[in-house]
Design a protein around this ligand. Structure first.
Ligand SMILES: Cc1ncc(COP(=O)(O)O)c(C=O)c1O
Ligand SMILES: N[C@@H](CCOP(=O)(O)O)C(=O)O
Length: 468
């Protein structure tokens, strides 16, 4: 399988190179040259298989011959053995036709673990084969950072730097990043927003001398492998609900558009999906875009769902590429306008194309809190604020007879203050994390400035090329 950039001006790469490359060298995002398809009979054959078996069937076509089958199977097996639920990502029915897909049974209690536990192993494998080291820099609004650190801590071939927006993540999220003592891990409290952190990260990838000197790699959803690993649970849950004989809809609490783009990939691969619903919080750029066609960046507003406090939604570029019929020139034009004017308009035809599959909605802070409270009362189930946004938006999109699956992207114990304020119950961390709030913290506060962050990284990374 070969990969092309959404901007059409970067080298075409195979899976292992895409895994290590992060952002394409033309500033675009890598996508497969064509979509692998699973026949209805192959989808039907996934019924009753373990999560790891489904993962292998779904991921293998994207890997091709880049990694030996036995190694891929072993790494998938190891990755999902870290989850503390036998089903890995169990479905829970909360209402007639409405289910939540619990993605938070991994080491850091968020859906990011699903991809990150595999990527940590894949990267280590490829770096070892090539006898290389890499500097991984990541931007997080709260969950990617902790999951990345859990997946890479102590790994010999990587140095990891995670930028989180200072003061804008929950205390649990912060401590999952700042209480890890392994010398290859560096938590950076950036004096800015997540969008600032992501812009710095993309700036680093576009600063080629720095990029090459530190052998820069990324584990944000810039990285194609992140998206692929997330495709699996759409197949796994849909098959459990009767696919391919029955269509399923999904509602996804959305920020950087990686998770819901993975659902789109599942659909391209042949999974019969009725609707994909984009659920946003008050930072609703994606809802506004799907409703009006205008993608317009506004100031980010801190919310009770901090991981979704995002304005510049990285993976939306991948959807635009598809909706514009893979016209890389058109994408370059849109992205140039975004840089200059902080907005662009999606043309009528691609917008209509998107709306065939995608719908959207927004939940404000009051609705989010009310949804946590009402769902607890109605079914005894405690939602985290991100999942509550999805659940609230999904309700307006349930079609009788079509199962609606809302993705439960984080455990409520990651956001105890907001959950308690909403419903009076303060969710406790699981026993194996019970000392998290008393562990010593280690992090550096760094200015919102690309060159300052680069200097910080370069001084500490053991992956800098000598004389480079
Ligand atoms: C708990 C939670 N829900 C939802 C999202 C949004 O996911 P995505 O950025 O893939 O759209 C995030 C952040 O990625 C998150 O951490
Ligand atoms: N919500 C994310 C933001 C980064 O998204 P990613 O999917 O590109 O890693 C977070 O929790 O950090």
């Amino acid at each position: 399988m070969q990969y092309v950039s959404t901007r059409g001006e970067a080298p075409v790469l195979g899976f292992s190179d895409v895994l290590l490359a992060g952002l394409a060298r033309d500033g675009g995002l890598y996508v497969p040259e064509s979509w692998p398809r699973l026949l209805p009979s192959e989808i039907a054959a996934l019924a009753g298989k373990s999560y790891a078996e489904v993962a292998f069937r779904v991921i293998a076509p994207f890997v091709g011959d880049a990694i030996a089958e036995a190694d891929l199977k072993r790494m998938i097996g190891e990755a999902y053995a870290t989850f503390r639920h036998p089903a890995v990502t169990p479905l829970v029915q909360l209402d007639h036709d409405h289910f939540v897909l619990e993605l938070f049974h991994g080491p850091t209690l968020a859906f990011k673990d699903v991809a990150m536990q595999l990527i940590g192993r894949l990267m280590d494998h490829v770096l070892t084969e090539r006898n290389q080291r890499a500097t991984i820099v990541g931007a997080t609004s709260g969950d990617t950072g902790g999951a990345a650190i859990a997946a890479f801590q102590g790994r010999d071939r990587t140095d990891m730097f995670i930028m989180f927006p200072h003061g804008r993540v929950s205390a649990v999220q912060q401590r999952q990043m700042t209480t890890v003592a392994d010398p290859n891990v560096h938590a950076i409290a950036l004096e800015g927003t997540f969008d600032d952190a992501q812009a710095i990260l993309k700036g680093m990838f576009n600063h080629f001398s720095f990029r090459d000197r530190v052998n820069l790699s990324g584990v944000n959803s810039i990285n194609w492998a992140r998206v692929v690993a997330q495709v699996v649970y759409y197949f796994y849950s849909a098959v459990a609900l009767g696919s391919p004989h029955r269509k399923v809809s999904f509602t996804v609490p959305t920020g950087n558009f990686g998770d819901i783009f993975a659902a789109f990939v599942a659909e391209r691969m042949g999974l019969p999906i009725e609707k994909l619903v984009v659920a946003t919080n008050v930072n609703d750029i994606l809802h506004r875009t799907i409703a009006t066609g205008l993608y317009e960046v506004r100031g980010v507003v801190p919310s009770s769902a901090p991981s979704m406090d995002i304005q510049v939604s990285s993976n939306f570029e991948r959807l635009l590429f598809e909706a514009y019929g893979r016209d890389a020139g058109a994408i370059r034009g849109l992205m140039a306008r975004l840089t200059q004017a902080k907005s662009f308009t999606v043309a009528d035809e691609p917008l209509a194309e998107m709306r065939k599959l995608f719908a959207s909605g927004r939940a404000d802070e009051a609705t989010t809190a009310a949804t946590i409270r009402d769902t607890l009362e109605a079914s005894g189930y405690l939602l985290d604020p991100h999942t509550a946004i999805g659940y609230a938006v999904a309700k307006a999109h349930v079609t009788p007879g079509v199962p609606m699956v809302t993705l439960a992207t984080a455990h409520p114990a990651k956001f105890p203050d907001s959950v308690e304020a909403a419903c009076g119950i303060r969710p406790a961390l699981p026993a194996w994390l019970s000392d998290l709030m008393t562990r010593p913290e280690l992090y550096d506060v760094v200015a919102n400035d690309q060159l300052i962050v680069e200097r910080f990284v370069e001084e500490r990374s053991r992956s800098v090329k000598v004389g480079g």
